[in-house]
Ligand binder design. Structure first.
Ligand code: FES
Ligand code: FE2
Length: 335
């Protein structure tokens, strides 16, 4: 049986978000990714990411500080420049010949206001988010959420829709949504993602006209999932009755075996005031907390990709998700 966990080595060859661009400054920050630690720091205003280990005696650079244009190790004060090259060894004095010490640098890019890291050369590009370019929509960021579950478990849950009437009975889930009708899953041309469209019904507690009686509580909703390996999905929600559009993008950052940082932005047309934004964040957090009550208590922190779980017709796209991750885990074994 092949399973994926947050420590699967193949995850070193794909892009992962590690945090909002504006959350990183001149104070070195330690982040974890696929079981390894990195230090993120701005040198001369630019974000730099290095393995969080000083080649001298393996101290954590994230406990150090910025000195001029360099990051300084807290142990013996060695300094490294923006290219990760050793630039100063205090114990040798100013004009000394420096050791060829070099920090390890992963692949780094900034996209969607996030910093992305791939420890090794990435083989899959980042999901395109068409709603990001739509200026009529408002971007509502959730704070990053650290959860005690695998990144694959978190995205599997985000994609799944047969759980709504059970897990989300306290928010949008409706008893009228028990039966999952036939639907199809379209694999994207390069094979690393899929698109699923699914119409269903919800209890719309976000619609103020429900309270006045002008709108029914049970409303139609069209969902369109755009999944891309390994752990990104854009769930575009449209409610024909209210005209609401809300694209919820979830990116999961595998940190350690047991922990994942979840980055979520909602790109929606119904948030115009700070109060609207806060209400949207609070409601989404309530929904996410309902999911956590299940996914943080699954039997272990891995997802079996070929055998070992029972699938039914309504799991068609989460089976497709498993096939795509299996392709990722096996794409290195052929060479
Ligand atoms: S361990 Fe970093 S300077 Fe010695
Ligand atoms: Fe859910």
């Amino acid at each position: 049986m092949t399973s994926i966990s947050n420590l699967s080595p193949e995850l070193k060859s794909v892009w992962h978000p590690i945090g909002r661009v504006d959350s990183f400054g001149e104070t070195p920050t330690r982040i974890e990714l696929v079981g390894e630690a990195y230090v993120v720091v701005r040198l001369d205003g630019e974000i730099k990411v290095f393995a969080d280990i000083c080649p001298h005696r393996y101290a954590r650079l994230s406990d150090g500080q910025v000195v001029g244009s360099n990051i300084q190790c807290p142990y013996h004060g060695w300094q490294y420049d923006a290219n990760g090259r050793c630039a100063h060894v205090p114990a040798l004095g100013i004009e000394a010949t420096l050791p060829p010490a070099q920090l390890t640098i992963p692949f780094v890019q900034e996209k969607y206001d996030l910093v992305w890291v791939s420890p090794l050369e990435p083989i899959i590009d980042i999901l395109q988010i068409p709603e990001w370019e739509d200026e009529s929509l408002t971007r509502v960021w959730m704070p990053p959420i650290d959860i005690n579950a695998g990144a694959a478990q978190s995205i599997d849950n985000f994609l799944d829709f047969a759980h709504f009437p059970f897990v989300h009975a306290g928010t949008f889930g409706s008893e009228k949504d028990l039966l999952v009708n036939e639907y199809s899953t379209e694999r994207t041309p390069d094979g690393w993602g899929f698109v699923v469209e699914y119409p269903h019904v919800i209890e719309n507690h976000e619609d103020p006209l429900v309270k006045t009686g002008a709108h029914p509580l049970i409303q139609d909703r069209l969902m369109r999932y755009d999944f891309r390996a390994p752990f990104t999905a854009n769930l575009r929600l449209e409610l024909p009755l209210t005209g609401m559009v809300n694209a919820i993008v979830m990116w999961c950052q595998p940190m350690t075996l047991d922990t994942t940082r979840v980055h979520i932005v909602m790109i929606r047309n119904d948030c115009h005031t700070p109060a609207d934004i806060q209400a949207a964040i609070d409601y989404e957090m309530k929904i996410f907390t309902e999911d956590l009550q299940v996914i943080e208590f699954l039997a272990d922190k891995t997802v079996p990709l070929d055998r070992g779980q029972s699938h039914v017709r309504s799991d068609r796209h989460t089976v497709e998700f498993r096939r795509i991750l299996l392709k990722l885990l096996t794409s290195f074994s052929a060479s």
